[in-house]
Design a protein around this ligand. Structure first.
Ligand code: ATP
Ligand code: MG
Length: 1028
């Protein structure tokens, strides 16, 4: 019973109270039924369905939500499961916003049928769900009866959306701007549209709608509102046809912008209708009425397709992710039976659906149950009830049912109107007891003024409903001009394109789409079949009053509902019948553990087993009956008793299984531990032994090494001692022998032994020294001054004398190698040294120059042939000298020849002899101490040569010339030794006067050479380079 106010009976505490309790244990509650259904599904593996029926506003939708929330509260928990639950629950606000509306009977009336399959896994956790929707009352989109509203979403969007969103959707918050929104009941008491809009958006997000999907949906809703504002005006054409024009194109423009449609395309679709026959296309213009019809058809289609898309989209989100086998709980919440002032096609469909549900209820609870008792041979008094199959047949019969006739009328060629359809009904259904019409052949209604001419009345199970036929044909046809669907398909809007697939020019289908009635009948048929496969649970909602008010209980109304719902008959059948029945096999299978004889196996027919079982239990015999194939249990109490016993037995069995399992587990665990312990112990022992062995081994090694060391040391000590002993013996014996020998030999050299030994030693040393000298003798060069050192000081004398003797001998040896010539050369050199050494600065430079003698090669040179012949003696020396002129000190080149007898001066060029001085005439030779080559040949006074005066000459070979002159003079027998004066000042007797030649040191002007200058009559000055 709808309380029309919130009662504190749907709290979490109540959920806990009803959880896992037997059905009849506590007072009736939706939770009791939901729990029963859920437990049957989970424990008995039976698919369930919950059928919620009742008039519009009786509380079906609320009941369905309570069922879902209960199931959500009691089933398993976990992140994934909670997400599924949340999505399933949140699908409700979305569908209610788009599919519910305020009607005169209910402020939140479902305008579509909904069947939801919730899928569970074997544990009873929800996996997902599938929602089926049935025929949305789309006519509401364009027109609402007085006191009613359009679908909630329109009002929610305008009240709840932000200014920004509305601007984007090109909408105004003002309801009055939109033709499709009824104004008289735009605001409903107790309904906060703005808050609901937020709830819907949030729910869409939870269900899994993308941001852009939500936006698209809102755009479509806005487009429907805009569509309602497009108005047409008539325009007559000259050919007489009526055309329509859009009054104000602004709304059209905005709508086209919203949906991304080209304005001209839609405009054309509102002006023309193209009919395609097999081969030809005919375009006709639309008049104003047709244009409005097209507009409304588009709006209705747009909205209903959007609704179907929403259901599909929600299904996509909530569908079970696993393909594993699952159990299903179906919850059916459809639009309730309704009777309005003005009932049309929609009410007809809605009531037909309710009729079918009542039928299934009757089928399963009343007819089927009673037939079963008879079939099973149970004693049974038949209970009468009203079977509404006849009404269902009136509507759905394939040949002459109302829906079939409507279809036939729609498809028939020729003029078809709602009136022709009514005529048809009047003819065909006239005889039907539940059909009433003014013009039917059944004359009893001819005068019934409550039945207008354009109406027919059906006596439904819940009362009589008067239907106006106007619009039946159109609504059944549900015609949308192809031009419009094609225009929609062209839209640049992903959602619109999906909603109008038939607009795709590539997929033109010339077949008529199935009619709305046909589709609905088919889907209701499928639904009924589906429900029959499941275990049904019923929630019958009852309205206490027609005022949607609490605390008012209208007896007549309630009685009426109780009656037409067949609840009385139901109770009667229940009372007389049995609460529970079950085939013998499953019954025995389920309860065999309650009796020792049937547990664990009963070998024999199942029925006998059940009989034995029941006899064994303390249950009175009248509590159950044995049918042909089933056992029937009268009271739920007995069933609960059985279940309770079974539960206890199961607990005991579970304990037994647990006990055995635990025993097995502990045993195997123990065995494992034992095995592991052995392994561990073995490994440990091995390890310990290894450690011990290592320890012993190292200890042994240490002991061994100590012992070996000790032994070795002992041996060494012994050996050392032995050696020392041997050495001592040797020493002692040596000393002893020495003493012995000395003692023996002492008698042989007593006095001279020391001297002899000394001499011998000295001798030996000398010998060694001389022998050593042999190998260390210095070279034979006379200038080598080296001599090996002496080893002993007493050799000092020898050491001094030997080098001297050796040097003399070496010189002699050296000299003995000389030839006669070389000997003469050395003699000359010796003589030169005797004359000049340490006396004249020029001398050292001459030592290394060999005395060549004949520099001019006078005998060989033909130039001097004449001169050679003039000199009869052998030339000892021939050289070019400068004869110094006494007048100016300059030199004139002259050839100087020395023979054994004379000195000859000759002209260098001609070779003519200028002077020849016999050697005996030479008195002396004067030279300076300097490094110059000047020399004066001084003649003996009075000699023949002296007439011309002395000669002042200079030569590069001065030393050689003077030496040779000295030697020659010495060797000549008849002359005395030639004097050589060495002084830096000497007198030279020229022809008449004496001139002093003076040598001075100082840098001469002309370089390094010697220069001679006449200073005055008596002095010739020779500048000689300064000797360093
Ligand atoms: N259990 C309840 N407790 C309180 N109020 C309830 C309950 N059930 C229903 N109502 C009230 O009744 C109103 C109508 O209920 P609900 O929408 O469930 O009816 P319905 O049977 O689904 O109708 P329709 O066939 O038109 O969809 C709810 O809006 C709510 O105000
Ligand atoms: Mg409802």
């Amino acid at each position: 019973m709808n309380p029309y106010r919130v009662l504190p009976i749907f709290t979490p505490e109540k959920v806990e109270e009803y959880r896992n309790r037997n059905f009849y244990e506590l007072s009736p509650h939706i939770y009791a039924l939901a729990d029963e259904a859920y437990r049957s599904l989970r424990d008995q593996d039976k698919d369930q369905c919950i059928l919620i029926t009742g008039e519009s506003g009786a509380g079906k939708t609320e009941a369905s939500k309570l069922v879902m929330s209960y199931v959500a509260a009691v089933c398993g928990k976990g992140q994934e499961v909670n997400k599924v639950k949340e999505q399933l629950l949140q699908s409700n606000p979305v569908l209610e916003a788009f599919g519910n509306a305020k009607t005169v009977r209910n402020d939140n009336s479902s305008r579509f049928g909904k069947y939801m399959d919730i899928e569970f896994d074997f544990k009873g956790d929800p996996l997902g769900g599938v929602i089926s929707n049935y025929l949305l009352e789309k006519s509401r989109v364009v027109k609402q009866p007085r006191g009613e509203r359009n679908f909630h979403i329109f009002y929610q969007l305008l009240s709840g959306a932000s200014d920004d969103t509305l601007k984007k959707l090109k909408l105004d918050r003002d309801f009055s701007k939109y033709n499709y929104l009824s104004l008289d009941s735009a605001v409903v008491n107790g309904l906060d549209d703005a808050a609901n809009f937020r709830t819907v958006k949030n729910a869409m997000q939870i269900v899994g709608f993308m941001e852009d999907e939500v936006q698209s949906v809102l755009e479509l809703v806005a487009a429907v509102l805009k569509l309602g504002d497009i108005e047409f005006k008539p325009e007559s054409r000259c050919n007489g046809t009526d055309e329509s024009r859009i009054k104000d194109k602004n709304d059209l423009k905005e709508m086209c912008e919203l949906l991304g449609i080209e304005q001209s395309v839609l405009e054309r679709a509102f002006s023309y209708r193209t009919v395609e026959a097999r081969l030809e296309k005919v375009s006709t213009t639309l008049n104003v009425a047709q244009a409005y019809y097209a507009r409304d058809a588009l709006a209705k289609n747009l909205y209903s397709r959007l609704f179907s898309w929403l259901v599909t989209r929600i299904n996509e989100s909530i569908k079970a992710q696993t393909k594993a086998r699952h159990k299903v709980m179906g919850v059916l919440d459809i639009y309730g039976f309704e009777i309005f002032e003005d009932n049309s096609f929609e009410q007809f469909i809605i009531n037909y659906c309710n009729e079918k549900l009542q039928q299934i209820f009757i089928e399963l609870t009343l007819r089927e149950e009673q037939e079963e008792y008879v079939r099973e041979g149970i004693e049974w008094t038949n209970i009468e009830y009203f079977n509404n199959a006849i009404i269902c047949d009136l509507i759905e019969n394939h040949q002459n049912g109302i829906l079939a006739m409507l279809d036939e009328e729609c498809l028939r060629p020729g003029t078809v109107t709602d009136e022709t359809f009514l005529d048809k009904l009047n003819t065909i259904c006239a005889e039907h007891q539940h059909f009433e019409s003014r013009l039917s052949k059944n004359s009893k209604f001819l005068t019934d003024h409550s039945l207008p001419h354009n109406c027919f009345r059906i006596q439904h199970y819940a009362g009589k409903v008067l239907y106006r036929v106007e619009g039946f044909v159109d609504k059944n046809n549900d015609l949308l001009y192809r031009d419009l669907s094609q225009a929609m398909y062209k839209a640049n809007h992903s959602l619109i394109k999906q909603l109008f697939p038939e607009g795709n020019p590539a997929k033109v289908n010339l077949k008529r789409p199935p009619t709305a009635g046909f589709q609905f009948r088919a889907s209701v048929g499928t639904l009924m079949k589906n429900l029959q496969t499941k275990n049904p649970n019923y929630i019958r909602c009852i309205k206490p009053n027609d005022k949607k008010a609490s605390h008012i209980f209208t007896d007549s109304l309630v009685c009426h509902q109780v009656r037409y719902l067949g609840l009385m008959e139901n109770v009667r059948v229940r009372r007389a019948g049995y609460a529970f029945r079950q085939a013998y096999e499953p019954c025995l299978e389920r309860y065999k553990m309650l009796c020792k004889r049937t547990w664990p196996h009963w070998r024999g027919p199942a029925r006998e087993g059940v009989e034995v079982l029941m006899a064994d239990l303390p249950v009175p015999a009248e509590e159950f009956s044995f049918g042909r194939s089933k056992i029937f249990i009268r009271n739920p109490r007995t069933l609960f008793f059985l279940e309770e016993r079974r539960r206890q037995c199961l607990q005991d069995l579970a304990t037994l299984i647990q006990k055995i399992y635990r025993g097995w587990k502990c045993r195997s665990h123990f065995l494992l531990l034992k095995k592991s312990q052995i392994v561990v112990a073995a490994w440990y022992r091995r390890y310990a032994q290894e450690k011990k062995y290592q320890k012993i081994k190292s200890a042994t090694t240490v002991v061994q090494s100590y012992t070996r060391g000790w032994q070795a040391r002992k041996l060494l000590r012994e050996l050392k001692y032995q050696k020392r002993c041997e050495e001592a013996v040797t020493t002692i014996s040596a000393f002893w022998h020495g003493t012995q020998v000395r003692r023996e030999y002492r008698k042989f050299f007593r006095a001279n032994a020391g001297k002899k030994i000394y001499d011998f030693t000295i001798q030996r040393i000398m010998q060694k020294y001389f022998l050593g000298l042999k190998s260390t003798m210095p070279s034979m060069s006379p200038i080598d001054k080296s001599w090996p050192a002496r080893p002993y000081r007493f050799l000092d004398g020898v050491h001094r004398e030997l080098p001297r003797i050796f040097h003399l001998w070496r010189c002699k040896k050296y000299r003995s190698q000389f030839t006669e010539e070389k000997k003469a050369v050395y003699e000359e050199k010796l003589e030169a040294s005797e004359i000049f050494k340490d006396k004249k600065a020029l001398y050292p430079s001459s030592v290394s120059q060999p005395f060549k003698g004949d520099y001019l090669e006078i005998s060989k040179n033909p130039k001097y042939q004449k001169l050679n012949s003039a000199v009869d003696e052998k030339v000892l020396l021939a050289d070019v000298v400068n004869k110094i002129n006494r007048a100016n000190g300059k030199g004139t080149a002259r050839i100087f020849l020395l023979t054994k007898k004379s000195v000859v001066l000759a002209d260098q060029k001609t070779g003519q002899v200028k002077a020849s001085v016999p050697l005996p005439d030479l008195a002396s030779v004067s030279v300076s101490t300097q490094s110059d080559g000047f020399f004066a040949l001084r003649l003996k006074e009075g000699s023949a040569s002296a007439v011309k005066g002395d000669f002042l000459l200079s030569s590069e070979h001065l030393i050689e010339i003077i030496t040779k002159l000295h030697r020659t003079g010495a060797t000549a027998a008849d002359s005395e030794q030639l004097n050589v004066d060495i002084s830096d000042e000497f007198l030279v007797q020229f022809k008449h006067d004496k001139v002093c030649v003076k040598f001075i040191q100082g840098a001469p002007k002309n370089g390094n050479s010697v220069s001679c200058k006449r200073k005055n009559n008596r002095l010739l000055e020779v500048s000689v380079p300064t000797t360093a």
